[in-house]
Design a protein. Structure first.
Length: 487
């Protein structure tokens, strides 16, 4: 009797394994695989985008000492050496005079309102830069998870494609057998051949997707991996805690890192506006200057004869307070004030846009996680339902109530359900992490928590389906076989 096709048979044919429990010794040892935390550590050490963000943060925080320097003493020193040659017509003579001078000056701002507000703006810019760097670090956590589980998703899809190809190959073989004994016509063979060719093409595309996914991992970490650990099907698929969209929105508005950074951007713009307005205020500096040079350098000409024929070095020290009152600068200060008003308005509008986006993301991602929970359950059931449908269609085909097209369509739907199930699992994992990122609570601890559900000896060709579904499918196949035997 010809054997009916099933998911269990297809997996066994494509991988060399059957779904029933096998002795551990019969499974060839897999090469060493890397876990999620190790990949994240490699990304932290080698990711170019993170290194660039760190350099940007370290550069931007230097605005604080630069702004503070405008309020601290300024000390300068210098000197000059010159020679002056004077030619006279009457009497005909040439005079040479040399001059030497060394000097030092100290100035201390006493009242510089613009520089004070500049310092306050710089402090907020530094805080903004630090938060934006923290947001980049948090994005790397999510990016690591997306890339890591992108590889697992591609591997599971490839495993499903290989099983599907094996199933269509067995269907093609059975069609040829039935044609040879006169139980079917050539059309069934051609339909089966077309289904097999399509499945083979899908498997080739899936293989490329796995290679592309591993390449994305290399780009992220600058490391090559022979394999990565897979996620267990025992990972709890539960609704978020708390399961209240408003609570997640409130947390996100308070803790979202990008939104916090925009708050500092607004404050920095406010301080910059105060700085520009202070450009209309007077400035007061304490000034101390010391000079030492010859009488020519200091303009000490002895013209009054009080110190006859003095030609030695002269010391001069001056101490004073310098007041500067800006009166008109061509409209520069007023223009800078108007510009700062608009920059402040811009930063406020960007913050509001960021806030709205955070609220939207929090609500959408909360809904997405809840949807994923139900979707995973539905996809699991869809596999069982499609398996049963395939079994029934194969029986109908053998008794003549269904044709080969119905069988092939049932097989396609079964493997589509398998892919949808695995995609739903990975969507659930990533949507959870995205929700935490929006709320500002995402941390490496979340990756560590996922790491407890990783399987070091995960084999996609064998483990892409839950063990309980595999057992149920095998039992269903055995039951169907017994029923046929009794008939």
């Amino acid at each position: 009797m010809l054997r009916r096709l099933s998911l269990a048979v297809a997996v066994a044919a494509s991988t060399g394994f059957v779904w029933a429990a096998q002795p551990t010794s019969s499974v060839a040892p897999l090469p060493s695989k890397t876990d999620l935390i190790s990949v994240y550590k490699d990304a932290v050490d080698n990711n170019a985008d993170l290194a660039a963000a760190q350099a940007d943060y370290l550069a931007r925080k230097e605005v604080v000492p630069q702004a503070r320097s405008g309020l601290l003493p300024q000390i300068n020193a210098g000197g000059s050496l010159g020679n002056t040659r004077t030619s006279l017509d009457t009497p005909d003579a040439t005079l040479n005079r040399s001059s030497q001078l060394v000097q030092a000056s100290l100035s201390q701002p006493l009242f510089r309102a613009d520089r004070w507000f500049q310092l306050k703006a710089a402090e907020n810019i530094s805080e903004q830069a630090q938060l934006e760097f923290s947001a980049t670090q948090q994005r790397l956590i999510l990016q690591t998870a997306e890339t890591y589980f992108g590889v697992l998703r591609a591997q599971d899809n490839l495993a499903a494609s290989k099983a599907e190809e094996a199933a269509f190959k067995r269907q093609l073989d059975q069609s040829n057998e039935r044609f040879d004994v006169g139980l079917s016509d050539k059309t069934d063979v051609l339909e089966s051949q077309a289904g097999y060719d399509t499945a083979r093409a899908n498997r080739i595309v899936a293989e490329q997707a796995v290679e592309d996914a591993f390449q994305a991992l290399v780009t992220l970490t600058n490391r090559d991996y022979s394999g990565i650990e897979g996620i267990l099907h025992s990972l709890p698929v539960v609704v978020p805690t708390p399961n209240d969209a408003k609570a997640w929105v409130d947390t996100s508005v308070q803790q979202n890192i990008a939104l916090q950074a925009s708050n500092f951007a607004v404050t920095a713009a406010e301080e910059t506006l105060r700085q520009r307005k202070a450009g209309h205020l007077p400035t007061v500096d304490a000034v101390v200057q010391y000079q030492k040079g010859d009488n020519d350098a200091l303009g000490f000409t002895n013209s009054d004869g009080s110190i006859p024929h003095y030609g030695k070095w002269v010391d001069q020290t001056s101490v004073g307070v310098q007041l500067n009152i800006p009166i008109y600068s061509g409209g520069l200060t007023s223009s800078q004030v108007r510009e700062s008003y608009q920059r402040l308005n811009q930063s406020e509008q960007l913050r509001e846009s960021q806030r709205r986006q955070v609220v939207q993301d929090a609500r959408n991602q909360h809904r997405a996680v809840n949807t994923d929970v139900e979707t995973v359950k539905a996809r699991r059931q869809a596999i069982i339902s499609n398996q049963s449908s395939l079994e029934a269609t194969e029986i109908g085909y053998q008794v003549g109530t269904r044709n080969i097209v119905d069988v092939l369509d049932a097989q396609r739907q079964l493997y589509s359900a398998v892919r949808d199930y695995n995609n739903a699992r990975y969507d659930y994992i990533l949507d959870n992490l995205r929700l935490k990122q929006t709320a500002g609570t995402l941390s490496p601890a979340d990756l560590q928590a996922l790491g407890t559900y990783l399987k070091a000896d995960y084999n996609p060709d064998k483990d892409f389906l839950p063990p309980d579904l595999a057992k149920a499918a095998e039992q269903q196949l055995e039951s169907s076989s017994k029923a046929r035997t009794q008939q």
